[in-house]
Design a protein around this ligand. Structure first.
Ligand SMILES: *Cc1c(COP(=O)(O)O)cnc(C)c1O
Length: 369
């Protein structure tokens, strides 16, 4: 079999290579001017109010939980249908994830299954925009407002997505983006926390680096730069090497996202009438970041075997998190997820796919299984 179409392929342009070399040859490779420049460029490009660059998306979620005051015995309502990295930060804060059901036709958390799970211990609602398609944010924010809860969005799939005309990353108090190797925009590894207020921005900047504001302290005569540490922070900042990769790749971001939209439009057009395929829904009030192309298929085992035999990778990408023992074992009150996990599958979507590759994938599926 010589045909091989992979699920994921990192996008790194020549500009990123040049900028990294430049940074490595400079005096400053830690957190410095490149990180600042990257953050400013992201705010401008995507319309984020404030952006704090970190070493991973997982770190961004942990920082958001810590800033929300989530601690031992607190509960966070979340989705099980996601990367384990969505929910491990809840455990890192010694809190308990409470899983709400998903919508079968989007893979996103179902707002109708949240409210009855709220208790006195609930502090936050976490949602994941599966494949980059935004959750029902109006409904989620309404529930949060009624119960005085904080909303934290896991936007790892959703860079470039919008909801009601505004960018994801400008809606809730906290939104995380991942810049891990295979995400739309990569810095090798990295993450962003976008926030809405200057207070949160200052706090996030301090707490990504031990609780010290690097910009505000001044070096003393004896060489030490004092800062009264009054809060516990992390070692979560991005460095200038990663930021250089990001600044290079960011120059192509319009094309990166537009090309993904184009492939998704082609898939949806060509697969809508295929027997045994059910496409996810798309509503006019939001646009997807199109990180994954997920759909439902009948007889998934047969589908996967057929695609693999024809040299096309397909993947469920993640399994429901409650299956992992650390999250307490499989729940029996998530009926939509029970159905979803049997039939969902993702097919290749990345910026190294040629038009010919896309047509080949379509041809394989239209041939049946
Ligand atoms: C990639 C991903 C993460 C983790 O991001 P990192 O940058 O690897 O820490 C979290 N949640 C989801 C949904 C992801 O896809």
């Amino acid at each position: 079999m010589d045909k091989k179409i992979v699920m994921f392929y990192p996008y790194v342009n020549e500009r990123a290579v040049e900028l990294v070399a430049e940074t490595l040859r400079s005096r400053w490779i830690g957190e410095g001017p490149k990180v600042r420049k990257f953050e400013d460029a992201l705010c401008k490009k995507f319309g984020f109010p404030y952006t704090v660059a970190l070493n991973s998306g997982t770190s961004a979620l942990r920082l958001a939980l810590a800033m929300t005051g989530v601690g031992p015995k607190d509960e966070v309502i979340t989705t099980a249908m996601t990367c384990t990295a969505t929910n491990t930060p809840i455990l890192e804060q010694f809190a308990t994830p409470v899983f709400a059901d998903v919508q079968y036709h989007t893979g996103n958390i179902d707002p109708n299954d949240i409210e009855h799970r709220i208790t006195r211990r609930t502090k936050a609602i976490m949602c994941v925009h599966w494949a980059g398609y935004p959750c029902d944010m109006n409904e989620i924010l309404d529930i949060a407002a009624r119960h005085n809860l904080t909303v934290i969005e896991d936007g790892a799939h959703a860079l470039g997505a919008s909801y009601n005309g505004g960018p994801i990353g400008s809606i809730s108090h906290f939104t995380m983006f991942s810049l891990q190797a295979i995400k739309q925009l990569t810095t090798g590894d990295g993450g962003l926390l976008t926030v809405l207020t200057e207070e949160h921005y200052d706090e996030a900047r301090r707490r990504r680096w031990f609780g010290i504001d690097r910009r505000k302290r001044r070096v003393r005569l004896d060489g030490y730069a004092p800062w009264p540490q009054t809060e516990v922070g992390f070692k979560y900042h991005m460095n200038d090497i990663s930021a250089s990769i990001g600044l290079g790749n960011l120059e192509d971001i319009d094309w990166i996202i537009a090309r993904r939209h184009e492939i998704v439009a082609r898939y949806r057009h060509a697969l809508v009438d295929v027997p045994g395929v059910r496409l996810f829904i798309r509503e006019a009030d939001r646009t997807s970041g199109d990180w994954l192309f997920t759909m439902h298929v009948e007889r998934r085992g047969d589908f996967c075997r057929m695609m693999r035999d024809k040299g096309v990778e397909v993947s469920v990408c993640h399994i429901r998190n409650d299956e992992h023992p650390i999250f307490g074992g499989r729940r029996d009150d998530l009926p939509n997820l029970d159905r979803y996990e049997q039939t969902h599958i993702s097919i290749p979507l990345h910026n190294h796919l040629t038009d010919e590759d896309v047509e080949y994938v379509i041809e394989c599926i239209r041939g049946g299984w």
